[in-house]
Write a protein that binds this ligand. Structure first.
Ligand SMILES: C[S@@+](CC[C@H](N)C(=O)[O-])C[C@H]1O[C@@H](n2cnc3c(N)ncnc32)[C@H](O)[C@@H]1O
Length: 505
């Protein structure tokens, strides 16, 4: 049976917020003991062409991965890539998840990304039913879905598009006509119209989406939204409870100031689930990525910052000054690629962020970060050296705050890649396979990265670990269509690929 996903394929992509490393990190911070990421069992429901699951299996060879999807053409594409990479720790099945049964066994992590809101009610029930029957005792499920109150405006737009395309059967023609209507609405409202400005902003972001995403996410028959409290109640009926959001930042109120934080606390009366609901009101949230676990798991609702000391940290912090004065108590500002910034005058924090920024994208064990930060801030020697225990406790609190603010990543299983190319560089076989057809590839940090330059793409294709610099230069000169290749430009491109987390050695 052909589905709309066979007719208009949905481009697969890696979603780092669904990776077992992220799920395990959050589970540990909230008091669980999840399965080790390097030896776990992962199930993805509605895995599409495996764009998310295959890179996970590639990066975690001792773990096992199962995917199911109703779109046969997507599964065939994924199976081809699995065969090409010779992965024997992943199986993806062409299967209606309504037919998912006990033969699949138990899983430590279950992922349903972009499925729950986009299927009929019985399939939604089945997704939660599968979590209930197949999730391990300390297992974590990821479910993303559309929410109210932010979704009301999107409902309005959707209803307009549905009316406009009510007599059109062909998906591609529906897509074209729906976009035509939205483009008209964007143009039609005068700038000073407040209501129009709000609508226009929403329409523009819809029109910026890839047409395939736009079609399946907004225009198809099923697009159901829920209030958070409704979702939690649905999950409760399947003996599942709210663990956290996959992005900790979305659970914070700091951006609204202390008064808003206090008011939300008062409205919630100490109930963490009510707090989440009020947060959705405050943020007008239209989408959630929720982690669930079994109802009987005893959770610690306070983030356990002491756990950070057992984890790995990474940050793309950029100090405002190239020669930062770390040891003094003068303030130093850091900027992040997410667009945020923060300022601190604490030498240990300045040292830690400066160091992480320098080694980015590598993740460092907390113990190494602490040692380096103490040395850089000169707190580890001399007559007024700070006690190690005190610094360790202060830095783990700081790391947790930075993690919650999305200025720092925490990992329980740091991704394996190198940034300094070896004499015979080896790039990820997955990225080499992907770059044959596209400039966007999946790196070893489970993210999409663009290899924009033609020479860099050709170089990436050649990095199978057999060629030294001389050989690479010779072959690149024979192949490249654009620009002169020098030993220097080769090194620059190798380092770029390293910085994109695409190199294994
Ligand atoms: C919006 S796409 C999301 C794909 C992927 N999870 C992602 O986020 O990129 C929804 C996926 O769910 C699959 N799907 C829908 N109903 C299904 C069902 N009853 N059984 C299995 N897969 C289903 C579709 O074929 C499609 O691949």
């Amino acid at each position: 049976m052909q589905t709309s996903y066979d007719e208009i394929p949905y481009p697969g992509a890696p979603y780092s917020q669904t990776h077992p490393d992220r799920l395990a990190t959050l589970a540990i911070l909230f008091g669980m003991a999840p399965a080790p990421v390097e030896r776990c069992r992962v199930l993805e429901l509605g895995c599409g062409d495996g764009g998310n699951l295959i890179p996970m299996a590639f990066g975690l060879p001792e773990s096992n991965f199962t995917g199911v999807d109703l779109a046969e053409s997507a599964i065939v594409r994924g199976q081809e890539l699995i065969g090409r990479l010779q992965l024997n720790n992943i199986r993806i099945h062409h299967l209606d998840l309504m037919d998912f049964d006990s033969r699949f066994g138990e899983f430590d992590y279950i992922i349903a990304h972009g499925v729950y809101s986009w299927v009929p009610p019985q399939v939604r029930e089945k997704i939660l039913g599968i979590c209930q029957s197949h999730l391990a005792a300390q297992g974590v499920a990821f479910v993303s879905y559309n929410t109210y109150p932010g979704g009301h405006l999107l409902d309005t737009i959707r209803e307009m598009m549905q009316f406009h395309t009510r007599n059109v059967a062909s998906p591609r023609e529906r897509l074209r006509q729906a976009r035509e209507l939205l483009e008209f609405l964007v143009e039609a409202h005068p700038d000073e119209d407040v209501h129009g400005a709000l609508l226009r902003q929403e329409l523009k972001s819809l029109l910026e989406r890839k047409p395939e995403f736009f079609y399946h996410d907004e225009l198809t028959e099923h697009n159901h939204r829920f209030y958070f409290h409704e979702f939690v109640e649905q999950a409760r009926r399947y003996s599942l409870q709210f663990l956290s959001e996959a992005r900790l930042l979305s659970m914070q109120t700091d951006a609204f100031g202390p008064q808003a934080t206090e008011k939300i606390r008062a409205f919630s009366g100490g109930d963490p689930l009510a707090r989440e609901q009020y947060l959705d009101f405050l943020k007008l949230r239209n989408f959630r990525q929720t982690l669930l676990c079994r109802s009987e798991v005893a959770l610690e609702r306070r983030l356990r910052s002491e756990c950070a000391a057992q984890m790995f940290a990474a940050s793309d912090a950029r100090a405002a000054s190239p020669e930062p004065d770390i040891a003094s108590t003068s303030a130093l500002q850091f900027k992040y690629s997410s667009g945020g910034s923060m300022s601190t005058n604490h030498p240990l924090a300045k040292a830690a962020m400066t160091h992480l920024g320098r080694v980015w994208p590598r993740a460092l064990p907390f113990s190494e970060l602490l040692r380096t930060a103490r040395a850089l801030s000169r707190r580890d020697s001399g007559t007024d050296a700070a006690p190690l225990e005190e610094d360790a406790s202060w830095l783990s609190d700081m790391v947790m705050k930075l993690y919650a603010a999305n200025f720092l990543e925490l990992h329980v299983h740091p991704p394996a890649f190198i940034t300094k190319p070896s004499p015979r560089p080896l790039a990820s076989a997955l990225a080499r396979a992907q770059v044959e057809h596209a400039s966007s590839v999946t790196n070893l940090r489970h993210s999409s990265v663009e290899v924009e330059d033609e020479a860099a793409r050709q170089l990436l294709l050649m990095l199978d670990g057999t060629r030294d610099r001389e050989r690479l230069l010779l072959e690149l000169r024979g192949r490249a269509h654009s620009g002169e290749i020098t030993a220097e430009s080769l090194e620059i491109n190798l380092n770029r690929l390293g910085a994109l987390a695409l190199l294994v050695s």
